[in-house]
Design a protein around this ligand. Structure first.
Ligand code: PLP
Length: 374
């Protein structure tokens, strides 16, 4: 099978990930819940995982790294810590439902959307500049669109937020592991990410990087300050109630080490190379509409959307699946992105790559799409 759905979750993981998970299942207990060896091993693994994340994302203090179930959980924690009733929040026109549904569910919060056309970073930054008025309390912005692979001008947006003293939450779901992510350089209050996509950890893992005071969503045991009826006020304990997903954290640690070893830049340029080739090949097929940046523009990651004339995208997905190729079809939980790009009615077929895909697989994929038109 040719797996081109890594924007949902990476399927091919480094072998070290499953080995670490199996070893954790067999040898580790719950960190902070006992002084015995299995508990100590678990605590060391959790600590090493926070340290590895710190190193990869340019942070000094590993206690600011919080484990979550996924990126959605991390975004909920960040948004609910910063946004209060009566606030106005500015978001990009490419947000995932993990951001928009969370904001729209909050009482008395006004959401302004900086819609801008696809692959136009200057226009996107301009829209933020225009809409970032005094009443905006918080900006939430995705680094990369999960539908189109559009890399938003996050450096410019972060600079605007710093200049105007507005708190910034970055959704790094599609960039962590393949593009530089630096909370400190951006001056972000929070950066949220999954562990199971470009960091090659298992499903059920995510990270929230915190530079701001946080409010817990869940209360419970932390193994610390146990006499108190309130959650501890220090990180990471304040946000980590209950037993940790230690096999998941062990797998995520192995994934982070893989990314560190191969290098974010190398993974990113491999993925861009594959997507550029994909765009070039698909554009040659009559009746296929490809959403790709101008060659060399530097604003597209390893995700590409396309539509086939006269064919529903679900049908394209099914036929490709029959040919042994896994893609994703529809709105990809990001209706705002489709509104920005004008594809809300039809959706798109999305092909997304990882460090494990090859040029040969991309050629086979292009041939399979061409065969649909015959
Ligand atoms: N944000 C973006 C941009 C995403 O692409 C995704 C998942 O596809 C999410 C948030 C939610 O991630 P998770 O499924 O880990 O909660």
């Amino acid at each position: 099978m040719i797996y081109l759905d890594s924007a949902a979750t990476t399927l091919q993981k480094p072998k070290s990930v499953s080995a670490a998970m199996l070893s954790a299942l067999r040898t580790m207990a719950s960190p902070g819940r006992g002084g015995h060896l299995p508990a100590q091993r678990a605590a060391q693994t959790a600590y090493a995982c926070r340290e590895a994340a710190c190193a990869l994302f340019g942070m000094d203090d590993s206690e600011q790294v919080v484990f979550t179930f996924n990126a959605t959980h991390a975004l909920n924690l960040a948004i609910r810590s910063l946004v209060k009733p009566g606030d106005t929040v500015l978001i990009s026109g490419y947000e995932h439902n993990a951001v928009s549904r969370t904001l729209y569910a909050m009482p008395n919060v006004t959401v302004k959307v900086a819609h801008a056309p696809l692959f136009c970073p200057e226009e996107t930054a301009g829209r933020f500049e225009e809409l970032l008025t005094d009443e905006v309390a918080v900006v939430v912005c995705t680094h990369v669109s999960n539908v189109f692979g559009y890399i938003l001008p996050i450096e410019d947006i972060a600079r605007l937020c710093r200049e105007r003293g507005v708190k910034l939450i970055v959704d790094a779901a599609q960039s962590a592991g393949c593009l530089p992510v630096s909370m400190e350089r951006w001056g972000a209050a929070f950066v949220a990410m999954p562990g199971h996509k470009g960091l090659y950890g298992p499903q059920g893992t995510g990270l929230l990087l915190c530079a701001n005071r946080v409010e817990p969503l869940m209360m419970g045991g932390t193994g610390s300050e146990s006499r108190l009826q309130q959650m501890p006020d220090f990180l990471p304990d304040r946000l980590e109630a209950g037993t940790h997903n230690i096999p998941g954290i062990a797998g995520l640690l192995a994934g982070l080490r893989f990314v560190e070893r191969v290098g974010v830049e190398r993974i990113g340029s491999h993925e861009t190379d594959l997507v550029d080739r994909m765009a070039e090949g698909l554009e040659e097929i009559k009746g296929v509409r490809v959403f790709a940046q101008n060659p060399g523009a530097g604003c597209q990651s390893g995700v590409l959307s396309f539509c086939v004339d006269g064919m529903d995208c679900e049908e394209v997905g099914q036929r490709l699946s029959g040919a042994g190729i896994a893609v994703r079809c529809g709105l990809h939980c990001a209706p705002l992105a489709h509104k920005s790009a004008g594809t809300l009615e039809c959706g798109t077929v999305r092909a997304s790559v990882s460090a494990f895909n090859t040029r040969q697989e991309i050629r086979a994929f292009i041939r399979a799409v061409a065969a649909l038109k015959k």
